[in-house]
Unconditional design. Structure first.
Length: 126
């Protein structure tokens, strides 16, 4: 679910749902600073997925946390982070979906599951 705390300025009518994943082992700060009258900054923990709405021309700055500072490690255009959601039309037209259940039924025959175990005997050698 997208966490939208700071809504976009009214002049930004076109917005995209974007996703960034912190694939590092360090804490990062994601910041968009090139959109006037809008402030966006979030902490992204290692392995965390950040979903947000942003204008198409926004640039996501990634600041990687160090001991006492943060270093700008990447700048990503938000149009590269846009999630493409398939329309309902694409679902209706696609007949290649596998209708088999993903989980196979469990074998419930008691004769197969109640066989006695055979224990190997130990012998000592002098």
């Amino acid at each position: 679910m997208a966490q939208i705390l700071d809504s976009l300025p009214p002049e930004q009518s076109t917005k995209n749902l974007c996703c960034y994943i912190n694939a590092t082992s360090k804490i990062q700060v994601a910041r968009i600073s090139n959109i006037p009258n809008w402030y966006f900054e979030r902490v992204v923990f290692p392995g965390q997925r950040l979903m947000f709405e942003a204008p198409q021309r926004a640039q996501l700055e990634i600041h990687t946390g160090m001991i006492a500072s943060a270093i700008l490690s990447d700048t990503i255009p938000c149009d590269r982070l846009v999630l493409n959601e398939p329309s309902s039309y694409e679902f209706d037209q696609d007949s290649s979906f596998n209708t088999k259940p993903m989980v196979q039924p469990i074998n419930t025959k008691t004769s197969d599951t109640t066989k006695p175990l055979q224990v190997a005997g130990l012998a000592s050698v002098d």
